[in-house]
Design a protein around this ligand. Structure first.
Ligand code: NAD
Length: 295
């Protein structure tokens, strides 16, 4: 049994913390929102009133925060997390943030003799609840191996992408590609429908042809084609357009920093920004289908 401090108990962090409890770990839970702490307590975590309280006796700290700003504030700013934890603590940040943030934190942590890795996730709220997330880690190999024992209770796959920040880079590359093939799939389906095809028949044809892709196969954006996907429940649940917009913004920042050409990513960013502004921020990102619809 490991004592783990879990900071950030939102849509993702809440269920992830509970999976650690189910695996037999002692989880000390803290969030800025007291109701989130209370829910974690009901699931078997120890409720903590402050960050300092949460890290008491913890060998591992997991953070799951909404933004780069929140992550930097907790580790390097007012939260002063690095000053509160005991020497030898392993710090794991699973938030999706700009790649330079984990690099800064790793440097500051290293200067204090602390181990830090970035470990953003793929798999969404359903994967967090089911314990089937994919963790994409950046940092020293030995620290990633040490983290594996904890991460394997919250996910099915643990990848080591490279040094600090590499987990975040891999995550934003993946989500930029996801945005592109989802938008492309929606566009192709609408073209077919506008020209008299049944979207289900067209999907079956493309699945056996060279247009096959993850969006078409597992997450069809056209309503009524596939059961148990957001498109078949008015785009409720799933991965919100606002989070896709956040990830596309991070991808564009990274592209600017590296001087990379990302014309398709930039177009996807514009399409999703337009879609979000049109009122779809809280709908699943496959609702981009609506942008192509006639009415
Ligand atoms: P969320 O907004 O539901 O939860 C974030 C939680 O962090 C909130 O409860 C907030 O109160 C808490 N928090 C903020 N600052 C804090 C601090 N200083 N100390 C303690 N708690 C603090 O967000 P989420 O959906 O759980 O996402 C978390 C991260 O995971 C984000 O970076 C997101 O991009 C990423 N992510 C989300 C999904 C998804 O489908 N929701 C999928 C993959 C990755």
């Amino acid at each position: 049994m490991t004592t783990i401090a879990f900071l950030g108990l939102g849509q993702m962090g809440g269920p992830m913390a509970l999976n650690l409890v189910k695996a037999g770990h002692a989880v000390r839970a803290y969030d800025l929102v007291p109701a989130a702490v209370q829910k974690a307590k009901e699931g078997g975590c120890t409720a903590c009133a402050t960050v300092a309280d949460a890290v008491q006796g913890a060998q591992v700290v997991v953070t799951m925060l909404p933004t780069t700003q929140a992550m930097e504030d907790l580790y390097l700013g007012a939260g002063d997390l690095l000053a509160l934890v005991a020497p030898g603590t392993l710090l794991i940040d699973s938030s999706t943030v700009a790649p330079q943030a984990p690099r800064k934190v790793a440097e500051a942590a290293g200067a204090k003799g602390l181990a830090f890795i970035d470990a953003p996730v793929s798999g969404g709220v359903a994967g967090a609840a089911a314990g089937t997330l994919t963790f994409i880690c950046g940092g020293d190999a030995a620290d990633v191996e040490r983290a594996r024992a904890v991460l394997s209770h919250m996910g099915k796959n643990v990848f080591h992408a490279g040094g600090h920040g590499a987990g975040q880079v891999a995550k934003i590359c993946n989500n930029m590609l996801l945005a592109i093939h989802m938008a492309g799939t929606a566009e192709a389906l609408q073209l077919g429908v506008d020209n008299g095809l049944d979207p289900k028949t067209l999907s079956e044809i493309m699945l056996k042809s060279s247009g096959r892709n993850w969006s078409l196969e597992l997450y069809n954006p056209y309503p009524g084609v596939m059961d148990n996907v957001p498109a078949s429940r008015a785009y409720e649940g799933g991965f919100k357009t606002r989070l896709m917009n956040k990830d596309l913004s991070l991808a564009m920042e990274a592209a600017q920093a590296s001087g990379s050409a990302t014309p398709l990513g930039a177009l996807a960013r514009s399409l999703y920004a337009l879609h979000g502004r049109g009122g779809a921020e809280d709908l699943d990102f496959s609702s981009i289908q609506q942008l192509f619809a006639r009415d």
